[in-house]
Design a protein around this ligand. Structure first.
Ligand code: LLP
Length: 438
């Protein structure tokens, strides 16, 4: 997919770069990001919304993959940016991302984060609870500012891949419940505060979703709620944000929709549900993360040892693992992979791919057919662009891999491989513990 293909040497090539050459140049493990594919996904969202004729914003959910170069790409493609911490905000600001196009999320923004974002001139806060609402209003008042806000509501829809669960009241740490009246109360209070400007509502129903029905029900509930506030209080919303969660294809078992189909369905349901409102149809905002970067990422590993347990399983170990991709261990995630230096070799052997971390749960892929991997082979795991680098750790003091951005035969390092010095860079040894000079 994307710009991937098998070249004349039988090597996997991505963005016009031979993965065998990438290994020689940068080492492994290596995250490879396909610039063309990231841009293509951004354009699919923007074009699909433009086709609806509605007003919109597409905010890339940077939690999926946040680096300065990524912020630049997203900026160039005209998207907005969703951040959930001072660290993501700082990264975006260092990249020169226009702060007025940044939305600040999170269920526990600290006072320092609110100040940092206010001082920077953030585009919008997605306010999660009453404590935050009043704190933000107070800090903004002190500074003589009036930030734009959305209120995050939980519409009682929880979506997982194919099904969605419709619940009266959602057991979630996020947002204000529509079902029990707390969202209503929050809107009334926000409307009365003089140092915030209430633009509208936000809802996010889940991640890796393949169907549109969950979004449709959420849109319907949010619209009903909005109409109730119009009737009762004369409060009109200009923005409805339906969050992210659009699924991608990790393996043949996954059957996501096309980006344009998700967008069309969301636009339709907002239009339909607000058609009989006496105000204007609100703008639609969304926040895709995984579907912008997920399939643009490939992780390259070098195969090392293996252990064949006759009649049970063959483990093949690579030079990374749960430290660069914790998703298999955490979520039982599924991935596809190929032997990148013999990508044309269609022989096959059933193996399980293990990492090098010191625990049994450190697996990348259970039960996959690969072309007889042997020590020194290169393994390319597909669809690792989202929630891999961003969730990587230094477990076992492994150094986090480099990230290279590939496009039309060029490769650029966008995150350097961590060094040994980086590993101990923040370590301090109290004087009484220092190694005495021999
Ligand atoms: N907006 C909000 C408020 C969110 O909480 C999320 C994801 C998104 C947008 C973006 O969702 P996406 O389009 O990427 O599905 N670590 C997990 C995924 C956690 C998603 C958290 N929130 C994983 O690796 O599958």
């Amino acid at each position: 997919h994307g710009t991937s293909k098998i070249n004349e040497q039988g090597h996997l090539e991505i963005g016009g770069c031979d993965t065998v050459a990438l290994k020689e140049q940068y080492g492994t493990p290596l995250y490879i990001m396909d610039e063309q594919l990231i841009r293509q996904r951004c354009r699919e969202y923007m074009d699909a919304f433009r086709a609806t004729g509605m007003q919109f914003q597409v905010a890339y959910a940077s939690k999926a993959f946040c680096t300065m170069a990524m912020c630049r790409l997203v900026e160039e493609e005209g998207l907005s940016l969703d951040v959930v911490s001072d660290g993501e905000l700082y990264t975006a600001m260092q990249a020169g991302f226009p702060v007025e196009r940044i939305h600040f999320h999170g269920n526990n923004k600290t006072p320092e984060e609110l100040e940092l974002a206010l001082d920077a001139g953030i585009g919008c806060f997605v306010v999660d609870n009453l404590i935050e609402l009043h704190l933000l209003n107070a800090i903004a008042a002190e500074k003589g500012l009036q930030p734009k806000i959305l209120l995050r509501v939980t519409p009682g829809v929880e979506a997982h891949t194919h099904e969605f669960i419709s619940t009266g009241q959602e057991d979630s740490k996020f947002g204000f419940d529509i079902g029990n009246g707390s969202a209503y109360e929050a809107v009334v209070q926000a409307d009365q505060l003089s140092s915030v400007e209430l633009l509208g509502l936000h809802s996010h129903i889940g991640s890796q979703i393949f169907e549109v029905d969950g979004f449709e029900v959420a849109a319907q509930r949010v619209a009903e709620f909005a109409r109730q506030l119009q009737r009762d209080k004369g409060i009109y919303f200009s923005v409805i944000n339906l969050g992210g969660g659009f699924g991608i294809r990790y393996t043949a078992e996954d059957s996501p929709l096309q980006v344009a189909d998700y967008v069309q369905a969301i636009a339709n349901s907002i239009q339909k549900n607000f058609a009989d409102s006496d105000g204007a149809v609100p703008q639609i905002w969304i926040e895709p993360g995984r579907s912008i970067v997920g399939d643009a990422g490939t992780t390259l590993y070098t195969v090392g040892t293996s252990k064949d347990i006759p009649g049970i399983r063959k483990y093949v170990s690579v030079d990374g693992g749960m430290s660069d991709n914790p998703r298999t261990a955490l979520y039982d995630a599924k991935y596809e992979a190929v032997i990148a230096n013999r990508a044309h070799d269609d022989s096959s052997e059933l193996v399980s791919v293990a990492g090098k971390c010191c625990e049994s749960g450190d697996m990348l892929i259970w039960d996959i057919e690969l072309a007889h991997p042997v020590s020194g082979d290169l393994l390319a795991v597909a669809c690792t662009g989202a929630y891999n680098y961003s969730m990587a750790s230094n477990y076992n003091r492994l150094r986090r891999p480099a990230v290279v951005l590939v496009s039309e035969g060029n490769s650029d390092v966008i995150v350097s491989r961590e060094s040994y010095a980086d590993l101990v860079g923040n370590d301090l040894v109290p004087a009484r513990l220092q190694a005495s000079a021999a």
